[in-house]
Design a protein around this ligand. Structure first.
Ligand SMILES: [Zn+2]
Ligand SMILES: [Zn+2]
Length: 136
């Protein structure tokens, strides 16, 4: 069985395709909604602004991007996240489309590695909200 550490509390939990354990999920969802409603009202907000205004940690916003709940757009946005496999700039998720295709076949064979997300000094990054867990 596949287990992973919760990105919020560090607890080991069964991997259900998310980075937080079930007990953190509700909190995490609330936090995401805070970010989301801020971005709805402030469509041109950059990541720094979002961090400051919502109080949501930078790392958590990066995680939403990697979970493909948020997508970066606008100039410089692509440089903010890179494919964890080949290093190509991407706007959402963890891998570029090329690698995703390649990796999907043997995804279970990959040891998850903790890698610092490369962040740029560019604060002009814009978001697109993909609230895929709330699709009606
Ligand atoms: Zn947790
Ligand atoms: Zn790639």
């Amino acid at each position: 069985m596949d287990f992973k550490n919760c990105k919020r509390c560090g607890k080991l939990f069964r991997n259900i395709g998310r980075d937080v354990c079930p007990s953190c999920m509700r909190l995490d969802e609330e936090q995401f909604q805070t970010v989301k409603s801020y971005l709805v009202k402030n469509k041109t907000a950059g990541i720094q602004e979002v961090v400051e205004e919502t109080g949501v940690p930078h790392d958590d916003i990066i995680r939403y991007l990697k979970e493909e709940r948020l997508e970066l757009k606008g100039e410089g946005g692509e440089m903010f996240l890179v494919c964890e496999s080949c290093g190509d700039p991407i706007s959402t998720g963890r891998f570029c489309k090329k690698c995703l295709k390649r990796l999907q076949s043997d995804i279970s064979g990959i040891a998850p590695k903790e890698e610092e997300t490369k962040s740029t000094k560019n604060s002009e990054v814009k978001f697109r909200i993909i609230d895929r867990y709330n699709n009606k």
